[in-house]
Design a protein around this ligand. Structure first.
Ligand code: COA
Length: 256
């Protein structure tokens, strides 16, 4: 369990809220565990017709907890990595997934949006995937999904430089369905979720399955996970994690 994920169930909608605002909703292993459990149990719960993902505070999520990356790299954190279960559950979910994102959506905060079926962004949303900045590789099948969505050239630029894409660009490139003023974000997402919950769930699930290819996504996730695990223990990644902790830019030129 994690007190940093809030779970609400109402009228066929399960709302999962990242609730660690003092750390910009950075996602920990425990938080991924709860998220994965909820997505998996929804598959066999007829009252869970739609799932909404959202974040408390001024941003959706700053992505994976960088301290935990460092812990895995140094061996001080061991054991099951729930992020893998979460990412696979996202790729395999038959339920319509709705996201409501404000402020920054970093790393997995952006890549999870590619698995969501309806994305509502606040007008201040900033999507970024700075995996290479951390000397890692992109995950969650984003190396497949991002080029499909935004084209290879832009996807490479997003991955290599980690620069943010704003809400309007995300709408133009088909990552988002709607951009709304910040104060309308949750009302809009809730309205969409309520509309989806009233649709025939079997038909919606079959439509989603035809539009997505869980087997191909899962294979890509496996390939990325292998590279990701290798990258975590490199000297480049060590420099990136130390730099984050010391609040300075990393210097990869000095890494042999
Ligand atoms: N992992 C761990 N802690 C994080 C975090 C993350 N991904 N993102 C933010 N935090 C922590 C900060 O260390 C800080 O902790 P402190 O108050 O104990 O010092 C707190 O959350 C507030 O963050 P801060 O950096 O002061 O907020 P900001 O508004 O100036 O900047 C971000 C927000 C998201 C731009 C910045 O925190 C950031 O770049 N975070 C790292 C994002 C990242 O690389 N994620 C992994 C992607 S693969």
């Amino acid at each position: 369990m994690s007190e940093h994920i809030k779970i609400e169930r109402k009228d066929g909608i399960v709302t999962l809220t990242f609730a660690r605002p003092d750390k910009k909703n950075a996602l920990t292993n425990a938080m991924y565990g709860v998220l994965a459990d909820q997505l998996i149990s929804a598959e066999t719960d007829p009252t869970a017709r739609v799932i909404v993902l959202r974040g408390e505070g001024d941003m959706f999520t700053s992505g994976n907890d960088v301290g935990e990356f460092a812990g895995i790299a140094t061996g001080s954190i061991r054991g099951e990595r729930h992020v893998s279960r979460f990412v696979r559950a996202l790729a395999q979910s038959s339920r319509p997934l709705v996201a409501a994102a404000q402020g920054r959506a970093v790393g997995i905060g952006t890549t999870m949006l590619l698995h969501c079926d309806f994305v509502v962004l606040a007008d201040n949303a900033q999507l970024s995937t700075p995996f290479v900045n951390l000397a890692l590789v992109p995950e969650a099948a984003s190396t497949l999904l991002m080029p499909l969505r935004v084209g290879h050239a832009r996807a490479f630029e997003m991955f290599a430089f980690g620069d943010a894409m704003d809400a309007q660009a995300a709408l133009d490139f088909g990552i988002a369905n709607r951009v709304v003023p910040l104060d309308r974000l949750h009302a809009e997402a809730d309205q969409v979720a309520a509309r989806l919950a009233k649709l025939p769930a079997g038909s919606l699930a079959a439509t989603k399955r035809l539009m997505r290819n869980p087997a191909a996504l899962t294979a890509q996730i496996e390939a990325e996970s292998e590279r990701f695990a290798e990258r975590l223990t490199t000297a480049e990644a060590r420099e990136a994690f130390i730099a984050f902790a010391e609040r300075r830019p990393p210097d990869f030129m000095k890494v042999a």
